[in-house]
Write a protein of this length. Structure first.
Ligand SMILES: Nc1ncnc2c1ncn2[C@@H]1O[C@H](COP(=O)(O)OP(=O)(O)O)[C@@H](O)[C@H]1O
Ligand SMILES: [Mg+2]
Lengths: 750, 91, 245, 91
């Protein structure tokens, strides 16, 4: 590798476009940003350098609109290890294990090409996790599609689900939970958020901070092609319109087989102690991984592009640096250990190539065919991206009228709701996912939260991802806080203590004040709920510009919660266990129809969200964990989409389907709201009648309402005092409806 | 008539299958193997007598269902006559 | 007894098989690397589930040529016991150690769920710890498990008793709804003519602990252990299953 | 040379993919669609100058790796000249 001479200047290559403000604008940079680049370089950038800045300073890579707000989120706590700056945070979960987890969006790529977009989304988040030295042990997916009858929905649903399965199944990481929602608000902009959890021994955590001047920079994984040039970075940083359809040639194709080899080889290489720092080549591939590792180490890096493995001929430096080809890792090795590493990677049929060195002058320097093509201060790329404090203003709201009335009988409404794709079983989705590989899945998809045992430990982990765009659309603050609380409650329903979360913030165009306001309020809601529940935010991802032809999606923060179950034998599941058990509704506040599936289905407008009292929410979660720990509850199920009546039905869907429930008195309140309202936290538990008082004592400050008992006939009986409308249905019939809500809509000619 | 559709990964798009097969052929001792691409070979019976109309129909089938325009190119033959119309770029 | 679990690039359930055999059953189980040719002194070779070589081209088509497969074929020809699970089953078919082939599921979709299979022949080294006609509950997770073979071959296989497992409902009745992938004759697992090579799509290694969805998978592994340890096929099943790990 | 291999499910062996595609074509309103079969279309660069030798090599590749004789038939073309030798039964 040639030595750097201070005199040397990066050269413009023949047949490269001239660089100027116009070219900068074409790259999505503003005039101020372009001037800042000129200042940082004290000269005009070369075309290659301009491309590099345009991706590093894109919203996707730089978080320039969100960064100052994300700082609000609590990221400290007794369990937190591995600090900010690294790719993802980590939490102690006991027995010397740390959990590393993160969720990330792949919305636009999945809308353009559902199978590959979703598949590469899974691949990307897996790399974020094993790059930390953790072995990926579980995935989740949060999916938002348009209305089921929208012409593209079936195609997108089929492609996305097949893509998530196609990649996750082939790479051998179980997909254990998720969520799926259909709403016309996503007709033109679906959401595909992928989550991964990894486990590592505390001392195995791997850094992404370059060290050691002269240490080699090594490239490993798939060869570089023209995939996704300006893909993730630009697609996710500019509004989506018909023009994006022409970005087709940049579609990235996932190769899960190579990813599997990378996981095994990289984990083995890390254990060899020869790796100083490692980072996946995600968005802005080679550029971001190399400059960010250098920036963290306050060092420089020099790259020689002639040594980069290429898939096609004729790639320019610009293309090599910006390519987003999948399944590639960049690492800094201990000098002199190159051969050891090469041997480990060769064992896995992977080729490790030295493509550069760590330098001491804090510059990011790139050579191609012996010439210098980029020479940029590392900080300018990685740290000094512009940070915006964009104006935020609440939209003018049309006066919300009091909620109109539900016109059908509770029994009819219940059947209609169970048949809704948002309420019905998601089995059609998750049976396409391997949820058991690795042999830790105690409870996979289908319950409130997934439960994973930790081998050779009494402890287990619980996982769930949730979002609530309808509530967020009404009140972005309450909606976001309620989402954190729902995810935590789902985790607590299996008996686990929520210990930390990651978030994926899906919003519209931040350059519009009312969108920015939604975003800020959302972050504040997450902050307050996370503080109240003492669940630090260990990682996250922001996806802006989720708009089509000027129409933004509703604010959709997706929250993935991790819980720790101290004793696996204390695990609780959601269906009733024994006839004669008492059934209790635990409630923090009366439910409301506003923002509910029922309201959406029957066109009930207006109304207010249920009040959210974070102290009560905390009390409910603490009570559930304590009750499970003392073995006081036989079953617990969170009232999600569809409300209390739907939840009671789901509690009857036990494996043998022999049990039912007899409800003598529902909680007080307007019938429709009590039966089908949502928003407020309601959990249905069943327990031994003799332990009622003991139980009640654990739920101080929240409503503890005995509503009936489990019966040994498969019937759902709800007699609502003071109302003629009662429900008396055959559980097997209801289950049938619930089971087929999605599949029947996808049946050929259906 | 009998329609034969030849679908292959678009040029420049990663083809993991092709790469794996090329690898494997080499390790089986087949020398001189260069790039390998793996696509789909679709044969369908189509009861349309007019050739021009048939061609148009097949193109619609390919664009709507048989191929993924994001990552695949295709050509097709009807009976024995190869379709040479411009939008079916042959590789 | 001594087990060897082959690790191909892209094998996924190899660690789960090793866990089931070594940690749950307390047997001696070691991993065998695809690039080695030496099987050591193992008494049963397990080809695990997964996506060897990404299952690119055809499932198992490339793995079949891994160096270790030469030794596996020799081992099988000499009467050694070989068990192929899911992808392992596909590899055994591609390697012509088992008849037939596995194609894309009827639904064209990957399926992960627990199914029921009926033991069609309990007088083999792979099923002797189960009762004839016993129904086992095992998980499947595959996209290409539709078993096919020419009709006359199928008939011959049935006559010789090579079909060891068939998909049924929980009561052991055959019905189309209980066939998760459209396999011909609802075949879930077949043996070779000499009954020392067995391939099945369900995953016994994922059904060895009550806490993780049942222990029926132990029946398969125990059968192999029993036959290796020289116990008569069909010997007291009750005893076998009562000594649960 | 450029080799094109056409692999199809053997007659009589069921082809779930083909059946599903025929189904969807009909439900998309394409009339006159009869049987549909889905196979593999393999294109490979082969650096062998002698045509006869190349044909022999391709046959070995197909029999060993590229196809599964239990369930698949194949034909192939080298450059433009279609191979008509007996063991490559054309459909
Ligand atoms: N896309 C998906 N992938 C995996 N599991 C899913 C998916 N969508 C839903 N599920 C599972 O279906 C069940 C119901 O999901 P959901 O309706 O979100 O629960 P809740 O009512 O608690 O919000 C959960 O067990 C969830 O893990
Ligand atoms: Mg939910």
């Amino acid at each position: 590798m040639t030595v750097h001479r201070n005199a040397e200047m990066p050269i413009a290559l023949p047949d490269e476009p001239a660089v100027g403000l116009e070219q900068a604008r074409a790259h999505g940079l503003t005039e101020d940003e372009y001037r800042a680049i000129e200042r940082a370089l004290a000269r005009t950038p070369t075309f290659t350098e301009l491309g590099v800045f345009s991706v590093m300073w894109s919203e996707h890579c730089s978080y320039k609109s969100s960064r100052r707000h994300l700082r609000m989120m609590p990221n400290a706590g007794p369990r937190v290890v591995g600090g900010p700056g690294e790719n993802a945070g980590a939490l102690e979960v006991g027995d010397g294990w740390v959990a590393v987890f993160k969720i990330e969006s792949h919305n636009h790529p999945s809308f353009v090409e559902p199978y590959q977009g979703a598949a590469t989304g899974v691949g990307g988040i897996l790399r974020d996790i094993f790059t930390m030295g953790a072995r990926p042990i579980a995935s989740m997916d949060s999916l938002k599609f348009g209305a089921f009858d929208h012409p593209r929905t079936r195609y997108l649903l089929g492609g996305v689900v097949a893509g998530i399965g196609g990649y996750g199944n082939c790479v051998g990481v179980p997909t254990v939970a998720g969520e799926t929602m259909f709403d016309a608000a996503y007709n033109g902009n679906i959401l595909v958020n992928a989550f991964c959890l990894g486990l590592a021994r505390r001392d195995e955590l791997q850094s992404a901070r370059a060290r050691g001047v002269g240490n080699p920079v090594i490239y490993v994984g798939s060869a570089t092609g023209r995939d996704g040039i300006h893909g993730a970075s630009l697609l996710a940083s500019a509004e989506f319109d018909a023009a994006s359809e022409t970005k087709r040639p940049t579609v990235q194709v996932g190769d899960p087989f190579t990813e599997k080899l990378l996981i095994e080889a990289c984990l083995e290489a890390m254990r060899s102690g020869a790796i100083v720092a490692i980072q996946d080549m995600g968005a802005a591939g080679l550029t971001s991984s190399s400059s960010e590792m250098a920036a963290r180490g306050q060092l420089g890096i020099e790259l020689d592009l002639d040594r980069v493995p290429l898939r096609e001929t004729g790639l320019t430096p610009y293309e090599i640096l910006l390519s987003e080809s999948q399944e590639r890792m960049l690492l800094v090795a201990e000098r002199g250990r190159e051969a050891d590493l090469a041997a480990i990677f060769a064992r896995w049929d992977l080729h490790a190539m030295v493509i550069g060195r760590v330098t001491d002058d804090r510059r990011w320097r790139v050579r191609w065919r012996g010439q210098l093509v980029a020479d940029i201060p590392v900080e300018a790329l990685a740290d000094h991206a512009p940070i915006y404090d964009r104006p935020a203003r609440p939209p003018k709201r049309c006066e919300s009228r009091g909620a109109s009335q539900l016109t059908v009988s509770p029994a009819q409404a219940l059947r209609r709701l169970l048949d809704s794709p948002n309420v019905g079983s998601k089995r059609w989705v998750y049976r396409q996912y391997d949820s058991i590989v690795l042999g830790n899945t105690v409870a996979g998809p289908g319950g409130d939260a997934a439960v994973l045992r930790i081998k050779d430990s009494r402890r287990a982990l619980a996982l769930k991802v949730d979002s609530n765009p309808r509530a967020c659309a009404i009140d972005p603050y309450v909606g976001a806080a309620a989402t954190v609380v729902e995810a935590a409650r789902n985790v607590a329903c299996v008996g686990a203590r929520p210990v930390g979360l990651t978030n994926c913030l899906n919003y519209g165009n931040p350059e519009r004040p009312e969108i920015m306001w939604q975003f800020v309020r959302g972050v504040e809601g997450i902050r307050d709920a996370a503080l109240a529940l003492e669940t630090p935010v260990v990682s996250g991802n922001v996806s802006f510009y989720n708009e089509t032809e000027g129409r933004a999606i509703p604010p959709t923060p997706a929250i993935a919660m991790l819980g720790v179950l101290e004793d696996l034998s204390r695990r609780v599941s959601h269906h009733f266990k024994r006839a004669g058990d008492a059934v209790v509704a635990l409630r923090t506040a009366p439910a409301r129809l506003a923002g509910s599936e029922c309201a959406a289905m029957f066109g009930i407008e207006g109304g207010e969200l249920a009040a959210l009292d974070l102290r009560r929410e905390r009390a409910l979660i603490d009570g559930l964990v304590a009750a499970a720990d003392r073995g006081l509850i036989k079953s617990a199920h969170d009232a999600g989409e569809g409300g209390l009546a739907v939840t009671l039905a789901e509690c009857c869907f036990s494996p043998d389907g022999a049990l039912g429930v007899e409800i003598e008195r529902m909680p007080d309140g307007d019938e429709a709201e009590v039966f089908f309202g949502e928003g407020a936290s309601t959990v249905v538990i069943s327990a031994d009648p003799d332990r009622m008082e003991e139980l009640r004592g654990l739920f101080g400050g929240i409503e503890f309402i005995p509503i009936g008992r489990v019966i040994d006939a498969p019937r759902l009986r709800i007699a609502n005092t003071g109302s003629a409308n009662t429900i008396d249905e055959d559980v097997r019939e209801l289950r049938q409806i619930h089971e087929q809500a999605i599949s029947r809509r996808l049946a050929p000619h259906g | 008539m009998l329609v034969k559709v030849f679908v292959s990964p678009r040029k420049g798009i990663l083809d993991p299958q092709g790469r794996a097969v090329a690898q494997s052929l080499k390790s089986l001792g087949f020398d001189g193997v260069g790039q390998v691409n793996i696509g789909r070979y679709i044969v369908l019976e189509l009861d349309i007598s007019d050739a021009e109309q048939a061609r148009a129909t097949v193109r619609r089938m390919c664009d709507q269902l048989l191929t993924n325009p994001n990552i695949e190119d295709y050509t097709f033959e009807i009976a024995a006559a190869r379709d040479e119309s411009p939008e079916n770029q042959s590789r | 007894m001594r087990w060897g679990v082959v690790r191909f690039p892209g094998s996924l359930d190899d660690t789960d098989a090793l866990w089931a055999l070594g940690r749950v059953m307390g047997q001696e189980a070691r991993a065998l690397w695809h690039k080695d040719e030496d099987l050591g002194d193992v008494q049963c070779v397990v080809l695990p589930g997964g996506f060897s070589y990404g299952d690119y081209l055809r499932c198992g088509a490339i793995a079949r040529f891994a160096p270790i497969m030469k030794s596996v074929v020799r081992f099988a020809d000499a009467g050694g016991l070989v068990l192929g699970i899911c992808n392992g089953f596909q590899i055994l078919c591609e390697a012509h150690l088992l008849p037939g082939a596995l194609m894309r599921n009827r639904s064209l979709a990957f399926v992960c769920e627990r199914v029921h299979v009926r033991v069609e022949n309990a007088a083999t080294p792979f099923t002797c710890a189960a009762r004839q006609g016993e129904v086992l509950r095992l998980p499947i997770k595959h996209g290409e498990g539709l078993y096919v073979a020419p009709e006359q071959e199928l008939r011959a296989m049935e006559e010789r008793g090579q079909v060891l497992l068939r998909y049924t409902d929980s009561s052991g009745r055959e019905c189309d709804a209980a066939n998760p992938n459209g396999s011909m004759r609802a075949i879930a697992g077949v043996a070779n003519e000499t009954f020392n090579v067995f391939g099945l799509m369900p995953h016994p290694e994922h059904a060895v602990e009550a806490a993780l969805g049942g222990e029926d998978g132990l029946k398969i592994f125990r059968s192999i252990a029993m036959s290796i340890e020289g116990r008569r096929p069909g010997a007291s099943t009750a005893a076998a299953s009562s000594t649960a790990a």
